[in-house]
Design a protein around this ligand. Structure first.
Ligand code: AMP
Length: 423
């Protein structure tokens, strides 16, 4: 049997890696400029973190978690591959008492997440997310900053075509009445909803808005919108006023997002460049999650977003055409015959120690084959060592990007690094 990667889990091959690196660097750079610090958490967490943090009746927890059935784990203490990264970040903050050191943290992450989904373009079982969490403030300007940072990252990698769907789902004061009114309205047109949604009406009514089935989506559009309480309406207004027309914002009363922990602000970045799975990422405010996961020890308002790396890469490719070229090497070292290999390895090591990038042939191939490799790996210069050069303590440098006589020169081994750095 031919061995393959697990279903829905992809390799990132060397040709694709430069685009990944470009996005990762753009994320790190923008987060640093906005004052966010990196946090890394394990890919496995106790299953109950997600049950409590994401919500028992969400699709993620009900259907999509990869849970390890390791025999040594007691039934009630299994481990799960993280389906999202917000709950782990909050768990880590609480575990390490970070809020005792500082009342307000701005954190970002970049890494894999796992969901048991039916794979299709833009939807995988191992995917990657970058995201931020600003924990410790209820100020609406933090919501605004999170949206501006998301937009800044997209623009910095050339993705200009996106819209921001925006809504407020209120708080414990205004949401119960909203839930009731949606429930009542949904019950009065029960036949328009799928069996899953019928169950949601009783168990977790707002999940109705997440259903992907067209009939349900159409029916959901006719359901009532939320009437925000005073503080939530004020929060919402301040965000919209502050964002002004700096972004293509579309208020969407049916946007509630698939996770239970949101309060007030929810938003989603979507792009027409993506096709059916059009969400680049989403986020919002989650004022109760820290309290919930810390059992009341900490109470901190928070806001954050998670973006899908693979989705942003699809949008980058559609925006730009050609993906970035792999960077290439400073040099490729070529041994004219076998007897030079050991000495050449010494030259290569010295050049690397001087900060240059390069490699050499390890397969004992012909001079011609080695020169072909130098081209394929996009080396700038071939560093050639034959018996004659070795005897005189020199190498031949061949500039692979130049034409004619200027291409070749002899340089003392001691001077090669200086020469290559200047070239
Ligand atoms: P969510 O936490 O579900 O809102 O996910 C945030 C973002 O992660 C989504 O908008 C997608 O861009 C991305 N995402 C979520 N699930 C997947 C998946 N199965 N495959 C690829 N990307 C995903």
């Amino acid at each position: 049997m031919k061995l393959t990667a697990p279903r829905g889990m992809n390799d990132v091959l060397p040709d694709d890696a430069p685009a990944w690196l470009k996005l990762e660097q753009a994320v790190r750079d923008a987060c640093r400029r906005f004052g966010y610090e990196e946090i890394r958490t394990p890919v496995l967490e106790h299953t109950k973190l997600f049950q409590r943090g994401v919500g028992e009746t969400t699709d993620i927890v009900e259907k999509q978690m990869f849970t390890l059935s390791a025999r040594e784990e007691a039934e009630e203490d299994t481990l799960t591959l993280r389906p999202e990264i917000t709950a782990p970040v909050v768990r880590s903050m609480i575990e390490h008492d970070l809020l005792k050191q500082r009342g307000f943290w701005k954190l970002y992450y970049f890494g894999p997440a796992f969901r048991k989904e039916r794979p299709q373009k833009g939807r995988y079982r191992q995917f990657h997310q970058f995201g931020i969490e600003a924990i410790g403030a209820k100020e609406p300007l933090v919501d605004v900053e999170s949206i501006l940072l998301f937009a800044e990252i997209l623009r910095s990698v050339g993705v200009e075509k996106f819209e921001v769907r925006f809504n407020s789902i209120g708080c414990e004061t205004c949401r119960p009445a909203y839930r009731d009114s949606v429930q009542k309205a949904a019950r009065s047109k029960l036949d328009r909803f799928c069996p899953d949604c019928k169950r949601r009406i009783d168990r977790n009514i707002l999940r109705l808005f997440d259903c992907k089935i067209e009939g349900c989506k159409a029916a959901a559009k006719d359901l009532p919108s939320i009437k925000l309480c005073g503080p939530c309406a004020d929060h919402d207004q301040r965000i919209r006023r502050s964002l002004g027309s700096s972004l293509p914002l579309r208020v969407d009363p049916t946007l509630v997002r698939g996770l239970d922990y949101y309060t007030q602000t929810v938003y989603e970045f979507a792009s027409p460049l993506l096709g059916a799975q059009d969400a680049l990422g989403g986020g919002g405010r989650y004022n109760n999650l820290v309290k919930e996961l810390s059992g009341g020890e900490y109470d901190a308002g928070a806001v954050g977003f998670a973006a899908g790396v693979e989705r942003v890469l699809i949008a980058m490719e559609a925006s730009r055409g050609a993906p970035p070229e792999p960077p290439g090497l400073d040099f490729y070292a070529v041994a004219v015959d076998e007897s030079q290999r050991q000495a050449l390895f010494g030259v290569v090591s010295r050049l690397r120690a001087a900060g240059l990038s390069g490699t050499m042939d390890f397969e004992g191939r012909s001079l011609k084959a080695q020169m072909r490799s130098a081209d394929k790996l996009r080396a700038r210069v071939a560093v050639i060592l034959g018996p004659d050069e070795a005897a005189r303590g020199v190498v031949k440098l061949k500039n692979l990007r130049a034409q004619g006589d200027a291409r070749e020169q002899e340089v003392k081994i001691d001077d090669v690094a200086t020469k290559l750095r200047g070239a």
